[in-house]
Design a protein around this ligand. Structure first.
Ligand SMILES: C[S@@+](CC[C@H](N)C(=O)[O-])C[C@H]1O[C@@H](n2cnc3c(N)ncnc32)[C@H](O)[C@@H]1O
Length: 272
């Protein structure tokens, strides 16, 4: 009886990943950085029934250690790039707030998968220090130490971004433009080299940064192109900037819900 009990205990310990006294304990998987990566990871229970979800999942597996965004945002972004490829919407792809490049990687992979030709990808980030929130961002984020949101840790972010886009995804490097520096310094001179954008992803958290990117880059977005807004639900300042901008520009497109924070719109929907 005690023999049987010990065997059951050993099996239970093995099933729970513990040390059963006979085999080596399994190695604990190490996260690649201290930042909460892995949120975009695919788990079977996440399957939402999106169109083309299996293709998106295959690509999310590549970028997952390089993004802080979530599963649904990655699938929807993948589908939006598919949309512009299938409908022949003209323009480049751009992201304001790139960090380690995971979302840009989704755009690159979707272009490789669905596009007949490569699109230029504009990557805007300091990959270094970046501005703090201001009074327009509300109390929740004012004290960054005590607040519920931390600024991204940019150490090694540019190297990681290059590793993902150039080595792992092998997107042709001459189609990648790294605009390194504050948006306020890099976006205005970039405009003359951007004829049109098919997808614009804005992921820079604070009121002033979001408003600046929208004011300068939204006019470049083609009709039928997609504007993706990562922080609408989570960052009070980002939401204020987006509402202010869309109202001032009389944009009538519906803000589609991706998850608790992310929204997107298709330019020209609603006749705007
Ligand atoms: C939330 S992270 C981006 C996350 C990323 N899109 C992803 O998929 O994981 C925000 C990024 O915006 C950048 N950023 C914020 N304000 C900026 C500014 N004024 N100029 C340039 N980069 C800025 C930061 O450096 C940071 O890397």
């Amino acid at each position: 009886m005690s023999h049987l009990l010990s065997a059951v205990k050993r099996r239970l310990a093995r099933a729970l990943g513990g040390h059963d006294g006979r085999s080596q304990a399994p190695a604990v998987p190490q996260a690649p950085t201290a930042f909460p990566l892995g949120c975009a990871r695919y788990f079977p229970q996440f399957r939402r029934g999106y169109d083309h979800e299996a293709e998106a999942v295959a690509d999310i597996k590549v970028v997952e250690p390089y993004t802080m965004t979530k599963y649904d945002r990655c699938v929807v972004l993948h589908n939006l790039v598919r949309h512009v490829e299938r409908k022949g919407i003209a323009g480049d792809l751009a992201e304001c707030g790139v960090w380690r490049g995971g979302s840009a990687g989704i755009m690159a992979l979707a272009n490789l998968r669905y596009g007949a030709t490569r699109r230029r990808i504009h990557l805007f980030d300091t990959w270094g220090d970046w501005p703090d929130p201001t009074q327009n961002d509300g109390n929740r984020f004012r004290d960054l130490q005590a607040g519920s949101l931390r600024k991204a840790d940019n150490r090694g972010a540019l190297d990681a971004c290059r590793e993902l886009l150039e080595r792992l995804i092998a997107y042709p490097t001459h189609f990648l433009t790294y605009h390194r520096g504050l948006f306020q310094e890099t976006v205005p001179p970039a405009l003359e080299n951007i004829r049109a954008l098919a997808v614009l992803r804005v992921d820079c958290d604070w009121y002033e940064q979001v408003l600046f990117c929208l004011e300068h880059l939204y006019p470049k977005l083609s009709n039928g192109g997609a504007l993706v807004l990562d922080d609408y639900g989570y960052c009070d300042g980002a939401r204020a900037a987006i509402d202010e901008f869309l109202s001032r520009q009389r944009v009538r497109s519906f803000l589609h819900h991706v998850d608790y924070s992310c929204r997107y719109l298709i330019k020209g929907e609603g006749g705007s």
